[in-house]
Design a binder for this molecule. Structure first.
Ligand code: COA
Length: 329
């Protein structure tokens, strides 16, 4: 069984941080950031809640899809930056949008979130014939978890939200999801502050570095880069093989938007021209779970991705996680 993305919506906060803005708090420059990452600017949520951004995106997606929110059977919110440890972002948004008949839960697969979320939605629709629509939301307020003294990390990320109303269909669809927890320490942020002296006691030592600013995102950029350039091609190949198609059947690849050099390397490995890759990281940065759907929705709005085209959504992220979907839009 395949799916149809009936309607999508995006929301990014108004505030924009350019590369030049970063020179006010870290030793960096526009040229370094552009050439090493491809990023020029990104949106910042400030204290705008992540659930609020997600709700705005959800409202837009529902309006585009032209459906009644009461017909949504499940709300899946993909996020690693929920405002609360509990309740879930999905429950807050479910109430805000009047999805009164929906189950609701959050899904954390970091930057692979949208791929995992869409695939989870498809499984709900496949196994519950009474369910008409699934709503997959992504919303990230990453700036709240950023160490703005770590120039190798803070320049990479941005904030934003998306949503997609999904229904079942018989169109082409195949997915391939995976994880490698042995790389968990390459990219992480603690959810609670733990006193360092307690955390490092042997029985509590989880092996993750302990810093004063413990809830900040900590990454080994080089290790993530190495993982990413292999994860993107294999996420595609895994999904394509299951569907019995090849790269030549794909009209557009929508990759996770972390670093344009990662995308270029993946394109080269796959033997696909960069013209077939949607790139929006120059103006959004890496928005984690929102990165693939922000790019997808923009390409749809611009008329680049059209109905009937075959697309590949390919992601990787903290966890480590990776995932690919090939589908007809
Ligand atoms: N401005 C200026 N210089 C910077 C800088 C910045 N913002 N960040 C790092 N540097 C410096 C480093 O300190 C280093 O200086 P040194 O040679 O004097 O030690 C130099 O630039 C090179 O650093 P390096 O880490 O080798 O750069 P890089 O080419 O590997 O790029 C990343 C760094 C983080 C951009 C790159 O590794 C990357 O994109 N990794 C993947 C991260 C990612 O995608 N994370 C999210 C995954 S979902």
């Amino acid at each position: 069984m395949g799916i149809n993305i009936l309607g999508m919506g995006s929301y990014v906060p108004e505030q924009v941080l350019t590369n030049d803005d970063f020179t006010k708090f870290v030793e960096t420059n526009d040229e370094w950031i552009r050439t090493r990452t491809g990023i020029v600017s990104r949106h910042m949520a400030g204290w705008e809640p992540a659930w609020y951004m997600g709700r705005e995106a959800a409202r837009r997606a529902i309006e585009k899809a032209g459906i009644n929110p009461a017909e949504i059977g499940v709300v899946i919110a993909c996020t690693l930056t929920n405002d609360f440890l509990t309740p879930s972002m999905a429950c807050i948004i479910q109430n805000e949008i009047g999805a009164v008949n929906a189950a609701a839960f959050d899904l954390n697969a970091a930057c692979s979130g949208f791929v995992y979320g869409v695939d989870t939605a498809r499984r709900f629709l496949d196994t519950d014939s009474s369910m008409k629509y699934a709503l997959v939301i992504t919303s990230e307020a990453l700036s709240r978890f950023m160490d703005f003294e770590d120039r190798g990390t803070c320049i990479l990320f941005g904030d934003g939200a998306t949503a997609a109303v999904i229904e079942r269909s018989d169109k082409l669809y195949s997915s391939y999801l995976g994880s490698d927890g042995s790389g968990a320490q390459y990219l992480y942020a603690r959810s609670l502050r733990v006193a360092p002296e307690i955390a490092v006691e042997k029985e509590f030592d989880d092996g993750f570095e302990v810093k004063d600013n413990m809830h900040r995102l900590i990454q080994d950029g080089k290790a993530v880069y190495k993982f990413a350039v292999n994860a993107l091609p294999s996420a595609f190949e895994g999904a394509a093989e299951k569907a019995g198609i090849t790269k030549d059947d794909i009209d557009y690849f929508v990759p996770h938007q972390a670093n344009v050099r990662i995308i270029e390397t993946a394109a080269k490995k796959l033997g696909v021209s960069m013209d077939k890759f949607i790139v929006t990281l120059d103006h959004y940065g890496n928005t984690s779970s929102s990165s693939i759907p922000l790019a997808l929705n923009e390409a749809i709005d611009k008329g680049i991705i059209k109905r009937g085209m075959k697309i590949a959504l390919i992601g990787f992220g903290a966890g480590l996680t990776y995932g690919g979907i090939v589908m007809e839009y």
